[in-house]
Structures are given as C-alpha cells and as structure tokens.
Design a protein around this ligand. Structure first.
Ligand code: SF4
Length: 373
C-alpha cells in the first residue's frame, strides 16, 4: 500500500487557504467571467439522476464488462474471464496514485487542488507518453468501485478538493460509472472530471452521460499516418472528432461559479508536437467549425521527449556476398519528435486558433492574481 499510503498523507495535510477571508468574497467583475459562462450555483449532474436512471446505468455497466466494446479497440471479450488490449479485468480498476493535484489548469485545481485518481493502463500506446510509467507499465493497486468511492469521499472531506479528476479512465468506464453511483449514495457532492485522450467510443460516453460534469479531452494529432506511427491507433482522429462532439453535446462550454472554479463543460487540451504544428492548426480550425468558437482551449507547450522517443535502436543489415557479413548501425527512435517544441510552432497553432474564431484560452503562466478565464 506504499503509494496509497503516501497519497493519504498528502490528503491528510490541511490545505492553507490562499484567500484568508474566503474566495467567495471575490467579486464576479474582478474575475471577469463572461455572463454566458457564469453559474450562480451548481449541483453535479449525478445528483440529478433518478433511482431508475441509476439502476439502468449499473446494469449497462455490468453488461459492457461481459462483452467489452467500450473503446474503439472493440475487443469483444468477457472481462470477467479474460482481458482485452487494455489488460484490465472487470472486478477492479488499477490505480497508481490518488491525491489532491495542483498541476492542472488554474480553474480546475483552484485553491485546494483537484482530487486526482490516476488509473494505470491505457487503450493507446503513445510512443511519447508523458505518463508512461503509469499508463504503460500498469503499476498500482486494484480497487473495486466501492473502494474507489471511499477515496472520492476522502478527497472531498479531508482533501477539501474542488472536484474528482479521473485521469486516463477510458478503459475502466464501467468501474468508474459504478464508483460514481456508489459515492453519490455516500454523500459525494463535487463535480466529476473525465480526463481523457478522446479515444472513447460513443457507447462509453453514453454510459457517462449524466455522471460527468467536466470533460477534459486531448485532441492529439490530425493525420491518420501520424496517429498510426505515434499513438498506434490509425483511427484516432475520426474517433476523437466524434467523441469531442458528443462530450460537448452533453455538457456544453466551460462554465464557472463566481469563485473562478470550473463546474461544467468541456476544456480541450492540445499538446503541440515538434514539427507537427500544421496538424495543430487543422485541429483548431476543426474545433471552431464543428464544436464551438466558445470552446475553452488549452494549447500546451510542455512536450518533451519521453517513453520510446530518443531511445537508441541497433539496426543490423546483411551486406552482399563477398563484401563481408553484416553491418550494425545505431538509430535514434522517433528522431523527428526528439526535441522540445519551438516558440514559432506554438505561436502558429495559437494564431490559427484565433484566426478560426476561438477566443477562450487557458494561460497557466500568466502573472495574474486571479484565475485566467
Ligand atoms: S476497454 Fe479494454 S477490453 Fe474493452 S475494448 Fe477497450 S481495450 Fe478492449
């Protein structure tokens, strides 16, 4: 239990308020939230489900696990007996870390942190994965939906976090749905965030409809050739398009209460990749034309070579008879993305977004005493 024990120590420390007299005293005008995205108050969507809706969701969750086509891999396996490509069974989800997290966007982490649950395993195989020790190596602890629900309540009551942030949950959606329904009965009252690669199926998003308040999808790359090479999923882009449209249909544009904390809507992330700024520009144009020009977008600059990128690979070639046996050379894997992103690449994606009509950007580095909205 080392990791969870470490997490619980972090949860048990009482956060020091940033605003001694309480954030609610900040005026709406000071934060500058456009009225269209300002909420007087907010009740999480799962609180509004009837007991019949909740029972149907439970029954669908179990049915999906018996024939899993939950993500676009469509393995069709009975996860009570075997595992599909994600390598996770039915009874539990594997979790790496549970803790209040202050590395998210300001409107998500707020004053006390976002209650993050990092799931192990993934249905993508990104060669540059920035979390590969968690996503690819399946380190962690097996927790039942009931145990997960217990942790959500601890995060709420002891961590005083603003939300429950489910990170890389695409392959454990039934377990997640069951955990939210259990936590609701135990007194959970903070919004649920579904923090996803967007490699989700519409079936899976249907199960989440009414349980999730904020979708935090990535839109990673645009070309199928790129997704095939770098994510090991040729159909990533078409899947992400359908998924993001459905997420936006369910929860709309990102909206806040007057303290500047996001409560509902879509916050879209795009990590600009070295040499792939043309794909970032296409993504911005598509979002503006097909989702909403009011979409809240975080154009991220923190790409760094990780996982398989930059590793050396020995390549042995046979040479023609009479000219010797074999030659061995060393190649750098995925050399085309083995560097940081340049300012001009970031700037060109940002310019394309503005030109397309997007205007709500997350500026995490801005020196601003309030949240940037
Ligand atoms: S969630 Fe896992 S088992 Fe189900 S379809 Fe996706 S990869 Fe296969």
């Amino acid at each position: 239990m080392a990791l969870l024990a470490r997490s619980s120590r972090r949860i048990l420390s009482t956060p020091r308020p940033l605003f001694p007299r309480g954030p609610s005293l900040l005026s709406k005008r000071f934060l500058g939230i456009p009225s269209a995205f300002l909420l007087d108050d907010y009740l999480p969507k799962y609180q509004l489900l009837t007991s019949v809706d909740a029972a149907m969701k439970r029954s669908h969750a179990y049915a999906h696990l018996r024939e899993c086509n939950l993500c676009p891999r469509k393995c069709g396996v009975n996860r009570y007996e075997t595992t599909g490509m994600c390598l996770i069974g039915a009874e539990t989800a594997k979790v790496n870390v549970i803790a209040p997290h202050r590395g998210e966007e300001p409107c998500i982490q707020g004053f006390h942190g976002s209650g993050s649950v990092f799931f192990s395993g993934c249905n993508l195989r990104c060669v540059f994965c920035q979390n590969h020790d968690i996503a690819h190596q399946r380190n962690g602890f097996d927790l039942t939906p009931e145990e997960l629900a217990d942790w959500y309540i601890k995060l709420q009551q002891i961590g005083n976090v603003h939300n429950i942030n489910l990170v890389t949950p695409e392959h454990v959606v039934p377990q997640v749905a069951l955990s939210i329904l259990t936590a609701r009965d135990m007194g959970l009252r903070i919004p649920i965030i579904y923090n996803t690669s967007s490699f989700d199926s519409l079936d899976s998003l249907k199960l989440l409809d009414g349980l999730v308040d904020i979708y935090l999808p990535d839109f990673k790359v645009w070309k199928s050739s790129t997704s095939k090479r770098l994510l090991k999923a040729e159909d990533y882009t078409s899947t992400a398009m359908e998924s993001i449209k459905e997420m936006h249909r369910q929860v709309g544009d990102l909206s806040f209460t007057s303290d500047g904390i996001a409560k509902k809507g879509v916050l879209l992330r795009h990590l600009v990749m070295p040499g792939k700024e043309d794909e970032g520009r296409e993504i911005m144009r598509w979002l503006a034309e097909n989702v909403s020009t009011d979409l809240y977008v975080h154009i991220m600059e923190q790409y760094h070579p990780d996982a398989h990128v930059g590793k050396k690979k020995r390549v042995t070639r046979r040479v023609r008879m009479g000219e010797g046996g074999e030659t061995t050379t060393e190649k750098t894997r995925y050399a085309e993305i083995n560097r940081a992103v340049r300012d001009e690449e970031l700037g060109s994606v940002r310019d394309a977004a503005v030109k397309a009509g997007l205007w709500r950007f997350c500026e995490v580095n801005e020196n601003n005493s309030a949240f940037h909205l």
